[in-house]
Design a protein around this ligand. Structure first.
Ligand code: CMC
Length: 391
């Protein structure tokens, strides 16, 4: 391979040093700044995890109150930003809208784009975390033809998002505390995941010194793919297609067939060769949400049975394919009332803190250089140009 290491898909390349997130894929361990994801999901809040990822330590009460107040203050978007939504077709995929509208933020906040000024970087980071729920809710409202709702800063980060999404001006919206808690936990589970494709995209885009809002739009574009954040949408669509547990063997057979491109969505992971610890929490949260909302969904039974059958099949055992975070999230999100097209938007909302924390870390890293991979050239050797009439 000459002077370069050939590593398609970067399966064995560490592109950076990071203090944010640790994963042990063989053991199924995920730590943020040293804290296990299970403990954070159980006992913490999304605001606290955001603070932890951005600042390195858990906040004390005063720091948490200040941070929450700062994020709350930035929840509104410029009134003119609403015009961008109106330029989209009503049936546009909300992720298409997110790519465009979040990218458009770069034209609104010129006072927070000097990437060498730590204070400006922090304001840009706060703005992004604060405005994502507003923009995500607007994307949803636009798709269903309801008016946009302004943020209500008396609510929590997550409660405010639920109200902007499901509330209407005609009547007061009461946030269901169990749904709020479940949603907050889902946000925690998606907050960061070291150098995944979208985070690497944000770092690569940012390595040229690009505008932070544009870098996050690049991350959103990458997240959209079904092999990454789009898998939650694909997983629920798959469960719908399977329908009843009797049809599971047919889909398992397809997933194992080398000549069939079909894969079990929400299964497998580049790093986890054991149960994804996020999937464990997610599965538990499904039961809590169903109980709180007093709903049942036969698709959950199908999902549980699918997991059981797959995990006792040699193919999945040998290849170490386990449910990942996306396998159960769709079942919860649809019980809460989100259409499948919004699932990846929620992932983007929650992952924004990881993206901005990683972006900040990259910019302050003394080893930081523009990301510039090399290649192994496999095209023609040098040859002479032939005029068109002689070809
Ligand atoms: N169903 C059936 N076979 C699979 C699956 C699956 N879901 N995932 C991997 N395999 C097989 C694959 O065919 C390959 O077989 P072989 O070695 O015989 O060619 C082997 O397992 C290794 O797969 P790979 O594609 O080389 O592994 P990767 O690390 O490049 O891909 C992955 C990881 C997550 C893209 C893949 O497992 C996949 O496509 N899963 C389904 C999509 C999904 O759920 N993605 C969400 C990931 S977690 C959240 C996120 O990151 O956004």
């Amino acid at each position: 391979t000459g002077a370069f290491t050939y590593d398609p898909g970067f399966t064995s390349t560490a592109s950076c040093q990071s203090k944010l997130t640790y994963i042990d894929g063989d053991e199924g361990v995920l730590l943020h700044r040293g804290y296990p994801i299970g403990e954070l999901a159980e006992s913490s809040s999304f605001m606290e995890v955001c603070y932890l990822l951005l600042n390195g330590e858990l906040p004390d009460q005063g720091e948490l109150d200040n941070f929450t107040h700062t994020i709350t203050r930035h929840t509104m978007v410029h009134e003119q930003l609403a015009q961008f939504f109106r330029g989209f077709r009503r049936d546009a995929h909300p992720m298409a809208i997110m790519c465009g509208v979040v990218g458009a933020l770069s034209a609104f906040y010129h006072d927070s784009t000097d990437i060498h000024d730590p204070q400006q970087r922090m304001i840009a980071s706060h703005r992004l975390i604060a405005k994502m729920p507003t923009i995500a809710a607007m994307a949803y409202k636009y798709s269903v033809g309801q008016p946009f709702l302004y943020p209500d800063n008396s609510l929590s980060y997550t409660g405010n998002f639920l109200r902007m999404t499901f509330g209407v001006p005609a009547e007061p919206y009461v946030v269901n505390p169990a749904v709020e808690k479940a949603m907050d936990r889902i946000f925690i589970l998606h907050a960061d995941h070291e150098q995944n494709a979208s985070t690497s995209t944000v770092r690569l885009a940012g390595s040229s010194g690009a505008n932070p809002f544009a870098c996050i739009a690049a991350g959103i574009a990458c997240l959209w793919g079904p092999a990454h954040g789009g898998a939650n949408e694909a997983a629920l669509n798959m469960l719908h297609e399977i329908g009843t547990p009797e049809r599971i063997p047919e889909f398992i057979a397809r997933a194992k067939d080398k000549n069939d491109p079909f894969r079990l969505m929400g299964f497998g992971h580049r790093v986890y060769k054991n149960y994804d610890p996020r999937a464990t929490v997610m599965q538990k949260t499904v039961r809590e949400v169903f109980e709180a909302l007093n709903v049942q969904d036969p698709l959950f039974e199908t999902a549980l049975r699918l997991e059981e059958i797959a995990l006792s099949d040699d193919y999945f055992v040998e290849k170490k394919l386990f449910p990942n975070v996306d396998f159960y999230s769709g079942v919860i999100l649809s019980a809460i009332g989100f259409p499948t097209s919004m699932f990846t938007v929620l992932f983007a909302l929650a992952r924004t803190v990881g993206w901005v924390a990683q972006w900040n870390e990259m910019i302050t890293d003394p080893d930081q250089k523009i990301g510039r991979p090399r290649q192994l050239y496999t095209g023609p050797a040098q040859r002479s140009y032939v005029p068109v009439d002689q070809r």
